[in-house]
Design a binder for this molecule. Structure first.
Ligand code: GLY
Length: 379
């Protein structure tokens, strides 16, 4: 597969994340390698840059990126890690931190993460702790990371007890989402990332959800509608992050579909052959709307509409869609109680009164969840 060509076809779109003293721009467009290198050089003229990437992404895109960074007068070092969730570990964090120190990355320099959510989370966390904080730039290469994990400053690694339990809030200095990177993504991964796109419509933007229902084919064709979908998603996420950077309130809305979804990922032991994160979120979105109806919060046509769109694009919507899934109601409830959003044994759900009218519901009775899941598993 050739490296990404350096071609700026159309001007990229900009979304600003305005945080006092730590604001940054997110740029979205196609063929933005040279553009990204120029912006990185502007942040750190003639300085050092450490590119952290994984083996898969490195073989596709690192050469072109490094050439562009060198062309802009930067001193570049590259750290290539194994691909996959396993890299969000203590061992890899140590490796990246020491590589950054070896490369003489100073506070004024830049760590550049090139990859999906795993690279962004890991390298972002290393940037947060090396020399008590180095600036970093996110160059997300998956749809999921372009619309979610690269924006908002959540960084971290996994521990044997669970995912993302060790980490820090550390905002990037720049995010460049190049949709040319999505051309090398598998259809399954692209589709899974799309679940996070429609999530923003379902949270608080009914018009965006309707737009997705009408335009999804163009989004999947990765044309102008794809840029629009990513920009709209980043705008929605930026608005939430600006209101509640450290997740003391509203930011929890971004977890729509995730309380159920995380439980399924845990129960398949993060076996991505059976279930990837976006697929778990898709099933979680369907269940969140069905549960909202079960609790009398919304009309039955709401979950039906959500499920219809998820099915149209080929995403799973039922627990039974997870291959070889045999967990009981108690197993699922137990897995949900492991979630880091559980506070004093009480579950928080994101529920909905309508498409685009979601809210944080604290203290949901576990028995209601049990009753709901029993019905769902019997259906
Ligand atoms: N992915 C959820 C958040 O950034 O808060």
């Amino acid at each position: 597969m050739p490296n990404t060509p350096i071609l700026d076809v159309k001007p990229p779109q900009k979304v600003r994340v305005d945080l006092a003293g730590r604001g940054y721009d997110i740029w979205i467009g196609r063929h933005l390698t040279a553009f990204a290198a120029g912006h990185i050089a502007a942040l750190n003229p003639n300085g050092r840059v450490a590119v952290i990437t994984d083996e898969t992404v490195a073989s596709l895109h690192a050469k072109t990126l490094n050439a562009a960074l060198l062309e802009h007068g930067l001193t570049v070092s590259t750290c290539i890690l194994p691909s996959g969730e396993g890299s969000k570990s203590y061992a890899m964090l140590k490796h990246v931190c020491e590589a950054l120190i070896e490369a003489k990355i100073e506070r004024g320099d830049l760590v550049v993460t090139l990859g999906g959510g795993v690279m962004g989370d890991l390298a972002g966390f290393a940037a947060a702790i090396v020399r008590r904080g180095v600036r970093f730039v996110q160059l997300p290469t998956t749809l999921l990371s372009q619309v979610d994990s690269s924006v908002g400053g959540k960084t971290g690694i996994n521990s044997p007890q669970g995912k993302n339990l060790i980490g820090a809030f550390h905002q990037p200095s720049l995010v460049v989402a190049d949709i040319a990177y999505l051309d090398t993504l598998s259809p399954r991964e692209f589709r899974a990332g799309y679940a996070e796109v429609i999530k923003y419509g379902l949270i608080n933007d009914a018009a965006f959800f309707a737009w997705c229902e009408a335009q999804w084919r163009d989004v999947f064709a990765k044309g102008a509608a794809c840029t629009t979908a990513i920009a709209q998603s980043c705008l929605a996420k930026a608005a939430v992050v600006m209101r509640d950077e450290f997740e003391t309130g509203d930011r929890a809305l971004l977890n729509l579909g995730h309380t159920f979804g995380h439980a399924f990922e845990r129960l398949v032991r993060y076996d991505t052959a059976r279930l990837v994160h976006g697929e778990a979120v898709a099933i979680g979105l369907a269940l969140a709307f069905q549960f909202s109806h079960f609790l009398g919060l919304c009309t039955p046509d709401m979950p039906l509409r959500v499920i219809a769109h998820l099915k149209t694009v080929g995403l799973p919507t039922r627990i039974q869609d997870i291959p070889n899934f045999s967990a009981s109601v108690e197993d699922i409830v137990e897995a949900m109680l492991q979630d880091k959003k559980v506070q004093r044994g009480v579950l928080t759900f994101i529920l909905a009164q309508d498409i685009g009218q979601s809210f944080v519901a604290k203290g949901i009775e576990i028995d209601k969840v049990r009753q709901f899941l029993s019905g769902v598993l019997e259906a």
